[in-house]
Design a protein around this ligand. Structure first.
Ligand SMILES: [Zn+2]
Length: 370
């Protein structure tokens, strides 16, 4: 295991901020898998899983079982980890500019399309090398004026030339679920089965440029921009939500790390055969994911738990007005799996209370939570 430390732009004089990068299997092959945890800073199930994965990968490397390079960033957001207001941690948005740490990543296809257009041919393997080199250069020269921009640029630099990118997060109160690109459903289903995912949400564009899409979607965008060249989807990337923020145990971390090892075996990065696991769900379109939104402020009383299957019209939650006693019952429009709920029990008007992976809706615009 090679350990690197990347110094980020300092938040203030006298302070320093570093990213720890662990590399396994260096020099084994040209193939690379990149795994990071907790881009939203305090996503502790993801961090604990990454730590467990580090231990397992160290042992596998000592046994000569690694067949490709695996890069692991166990805590991907040291900036966000230091953000507190009056004793409460805030890791989702940068407090300096209000921007979500996992939105607004640079979309590199447009910046390299003209550069590579005349050099591509009918040889997919040659085109992959040309595009990958151009993406890496484009990531290297991204402007970074603030610590947040610097963090995003550094993470993208580490991942942009990988064949597999796994971005480990957690939700508020949830079952395991994945996000990824629609054409990559087969590999996402393999990973989902290993992890026991109960929802796999697919889109060709979610609308807000999260990290996983910044790595994978350039290939899809370039296929569209340069249709006469043979361009492979050379990066399979996914956001993995490892249940809810309180689902933290050594047993779960070990189970999830083993599942990631199994997927890396299936993808040829680690020797050996992954255990057979039956899929718990079929992928569904992200556009069919239904947010249950509070129409007014009040106390949230849930009728259904994360992981339950629901039917169209089922009561999901009540909003109780503590002044009048009025109760508003919120029902879902679609059938599917209730895969995530908020973890607090006070709603403001417009708050997303729960999400259902269904197939009957066709939302447009920005499909992810803010
Ligand atoms: Zn997250």
């Amino acid at each position: 295991m090679h350990t690197e430390s990347i110094e980020l732009i300092a938040p203030a004089p006298g302070q320093s901020c570093r990213l720890q990068v662990l590399r396994f299997g260096v020099g084994h092959s040209a193939r690379k898998a990149y795994i990071q945890a907790a881009l939203h800073a305090d996503e502790v199930p993801a961090m604990l899983t990454a730590l467990r994965l580090k231990t397992l990968l160290q042992a596998l490397e000592e046994q000569g079982q690694l067949l490709g390079e695996i890069v692991l960033v166990p805590s991907a957001n040291p900036l966000g980890l230091s953000q507190h207001i009056h004793g409460q941690h805030h890791g989702r948005f940068s407090l300096s500019d209000g921007i979500n740490f996992n939105r607004g990543f640079p979309e590199l296809a447009a910046s390299i399309a003209e550069h590579v257009r005349g050099r591509l041919c009918k040889d997919a393997q040659a085109n992959q090398q040309i595009i990958r080199a151009a993406l890496k250069t484009a990531a290297d020269i991204l402007p970074a004026l603030t610590p947040t921009q610097d963090l995003k640029r550094r993470l993208l630099q580490l991942a942009i030339d990988a064949d597999i990118v796994i971005d480990l997060h957690c939700d508020s109160d949830a079952v395991v679920h994945l996000y990824g690109l629609t054409p990559q459903a087969p590999a996402l289903s393999q990973l989902g089965a290993q992890l026991g995912a109960q929802a796999i949400l697919l889109a060709t564009e979610s609308g807000d440029s999260p990290f996983d899409e910044a790595c994978s979607r350039p290939w899809l965008d370039l296929q569209r921009m340069i249709p006469d060249a043979e361009i492979p989807l050379a990066c399979m990337s996914t956001t993995v939500e490892l249940r809810g923020e309180a689902d933290v145990s050594h047993e779960l971390a070990h189970q999830d790390a083993l599942a990631l090892i199994g997927f890396l075996q299936m993808q040829g990065f680690i020797a050996g055969t992954a255990p057979e696991k039956a899929a718990l769900c079929e992928p569904t379109p992200l556009s069919g994911s239904e947010p249950i939104t509070a129409p007014s402020a009040g106390v949230i009383v849930f009728h259904r738990q994360s992981g339950e299957k629901v039917q169209a019209g089922d009561a999901i939650a009540d909003i109780v007005n503590p002044a009048s006693g009025d109760i508003t019952t919120l029902r879902c429009a679609s059938a599917g799996v209730l895969y995530a709920r908020c973890s607090t029990r006070w709603a403001h008007a417009g708050k997303r209370l729960a999400k259902i992976a269904g197939t009957s809706l066709a939302r447009t615009g920005k499909l992810l939570s803010p």
